[in-house]
Ligand binder design. Structure first.
Ligand SMILES: Nc1ncnc2c1ncn2[C@@H]1O[C@H](COP(=O)(O)OP(=O)(O)OP(=O)(O)O)[C@@H](O)[C@H]1O
Ligand SMILES: [Mg+2]
Length: 575
């Protein structure tokens, strides 16, 4: 039965009173104490502060006070600071095209003033007196107040007049954690500014200005924890107008949550799909499912290339050349991860980036990974070089691998003694078998996300002639210059190798042969590949490899093995 409805009532269109309009607008900017902290600290940064102190009580629910030593506000402008659409940061439409300040909407203080009790005290640069105004809209005249040069803004009784919003706030602890995170982000974004955070009268941190690379690393360690810094790579890349520097966590230090991911664009913290996609892609082949990379990265580019006016909290941006930025990030992070074993790579040295804009159409490829997924979290926690074997592993004829020494030898224990296995030789054998098996049905290949341009120092004519040999093994390559090639697809069997190093080494060796044979080309590849593993060996990787030997009659005879029998061990300690 249809329900009876009340007759619709038509209401006239009316202009909202300004306090109501501000309250609605405030919903976009002032969500919780942390959003106030963010806006106030941004204002201090825009005022060229060198030191910023954030004081909180009860997670910011009772009090938020941000004090700075910036330029201050002239007394005659103080009443305007809290008025809607009042800003000193832009004055013409053209200014919107290249914003360099954190704020520009002239909304933040007005929004706060409409939902909390706000007080601003400021002493302008070059004056000898401070002044205070009280919100909202600071109708009253400024009154004199003692204050050093700079500005203090105090926000109390948040949402006193909007109880519905107050109910959305969480516990003091949760709100505090959000505030702390904001200050952490700000402190990571500006090493040239000192930051201090106090909560409930306790000093949480005091960070002096960090003007040397060592002091900056120290600050990152203070804010992100020593565990992050101990397993992070420093990077610094430049391409044209774009520069990327910062720290990325090693794949083995990846985390179960995406909670340590800080990305700054021109000093502004950003959450952006283009960026997170690029980072995920750069790490993709190196992470176990469900793990997230940790990073603190700074991208700077021409302000005209990025639009920050797309979201009220300015957390999102639009890149005019999103694809270029995306591929630049993938390439930088990839290169840095590939170089992790190269001890000549200096952590803080700027590296010239041999990088080109890839042809379009290199869509990300979903594909299966041949990595083990079981025990992934335990594996990620194991320290490289030594790892204790998990129980219930599939193990081969040598028993479980107890440890990996020098990233080269697997240690197993058997009744006849302790066995050392030379992993690269074992892996070379395994690769050879697998390539041969796949050749019968067709080698599994995968396109590279960004084709690799490799300068080989080998005549292109020779590559053209011998190309077939490489294609039979699953490589799709084309000549891209007099002595260079473009690698587009590679065999899945080599997905854990650093192809940038492996392929030149391999082709270099093949080119030295007067007439290369297919069998020799494959053998050379299998022999060289284990030297260019992207990640250190772990016991969990090795057990499946050793299990593959189970079918052999006398495995000891097939792989490079050294046996230390009990008598030999005892003789080592006989006096
Ligand atoms: N700490 C401060 N030091 C000096 N001037 C300040 C400070 N805080 C605010 N002001 C002045 O008050 C004005 C209004 O600040 P408000 O945060 O409301 O807007 P905005 O920063 O211009 O833009 P947005 O709404 O995007 O933050 C600023 O433009 C600036 O001139
Ligand atoms: Mg502002």
């Amino acid at each position: 039965m249809p329900q009876s409805q009340a007759a619709p009532v038509q209401h006239p269109i009316r202009r909202l009173p300004s306090h109501l309009a501000n309250q609605i607008a405030a919903g976009e900017v002032v969500e919780r104490p942390a959003s106030i902290v963010k806006e106030l600290v941004e204002n201090s940064l825009d005022a060229a502060a060198r030191h910023i102190t954030v004081i909180l009580k009860q997670g910011g629910l009772q009090l938020i006070s941000v004090q700075d030593d910036g330029l201050g506000i002239p007394v005659e402008e103080l009443p305007l600071a809290m008025a809607p659409h009042a800003t000193s940061k832009i004055s013409r439409a053209e200014d919107l095209a290249a914003i360099t300040s954190m704020g520009f909407r002239g909304e933040a203080l007005a929004s706060m003033g409409s939902v909390a009790r706000v007080q601003i005290t400021s002493r302008n640069v070059g004056t000898d007196r401070g002044w205070t105004v009280y919100g909202p809209a600071a109708r009253d005249k400024p009154v004199p107040a003692a204050h050093p040069q700079g500005t203090s803004v105090t926000v109390q009784e948040l949402f006193f007049n909007t109880p519905a919003r107050r109910r959305f706030l969480r516990s003091e602890r949760t709100e505090y954690r959000h505030c702390e995170d904001v200050v952490r982000r700000m402190a990571l974004s500006r090493f040239d500014v000192g930051f201090e955070l106090q909560h409930n009268q306790r000093s949480i941190f005091k960070l002096p200005v960090a003007d040397t690379p060592a002091a900056q690393a120290q600050r990152v360690m203070r804010l992100c924890g020593p565990a992050f810094m101990q397993q992070a790579l420093g990077l610094d890349f430049q391409h044209g107008d774009m520069q990327l520097h910062g720290w990325i966590g090693l794949p083995q230090a990846a985390r179960p949550q995406s909670d340590l991911q800080y990305f700054f664009v021109n000093g502004r913290i950003i959450r952006d799909r283009v960026i997170s996609h690029a980072l995920r892609q750069a790490y993709a082949d190196r992470l176990y499912p469900g793990r997230h990379p940790a990073y603190v990265l700074y991208l700077s580019l021409n302000p005209a290339e990025v639009d920050v006016n797309v979201h009220p909290t300015k957390h999102e941006v639009r890149f005019h050349q999103g694809r270029l930025v995306h591929d630049f990030l993938v390439r930088c992070v990839n290169d840095a991860l590939n170089q992790q074993n190269d001890s000549s790579a200096l952590p803080y040295a700027r590296q010239p980036l041999d990088w080109h804009t890839p042809a379009s159409g290199n869509a990300p490829v979903a594909g299966s990974s041949s990595r083990p997924t079981a025990n992934a979290s335990r594996l990620a926690e194991a320290s490289p070089g030594y790892a204790v074997t998990a129980e219930n592993e599939a193990v081969g004829p040598f028993g479980p691998v107890l440890a990996v020494l020098r990233n080269r030898y697997a240690v197993c224990e058997q009744p006849q003694g302790v066995i050392l296995i030379d992993i690269p030789r074992l892996q070379a054998d395994d690769l050879l078998q697998q390539f041969r098996a796949q050749q019968a049905t067709g080698i599994a290949r995968r396109p590279l996300l960004i084709p690799l341009n490799l300068n080989l120092g080998i005549d292109a004519a020779w590559i053209e002639q011998t190309r077939d040999l490489f294609e039979q093994l699953g490589f799709d390559l084309g000549v891209s210059g007099k002595e260079s090639i473009l690698l587009r697809r590679t065999p899945v069997l080599l997905e854990r190798m650093d192809l940038k190093q492996l392929v030149p080494a391999w082709l270099g060796e093949v080119a030295r042969q007067p007439s290369p044979e297919p069998a020799m080309v494959l053998q050379t590849l299998a022999r060289l590949a284990p030297r260019f593993m992207l990640e250190p060996w772990t016991t969990l990787d090795l057990n499946p490899l050793l299990a593959s030997l189970a079918d052999l009659d006398n495995p000891l005879a097939h792989v490079a093995v050294a046996l230390l029998d009990p008598a030999a061990m005892a003789s080592l300690f006989r006096s």
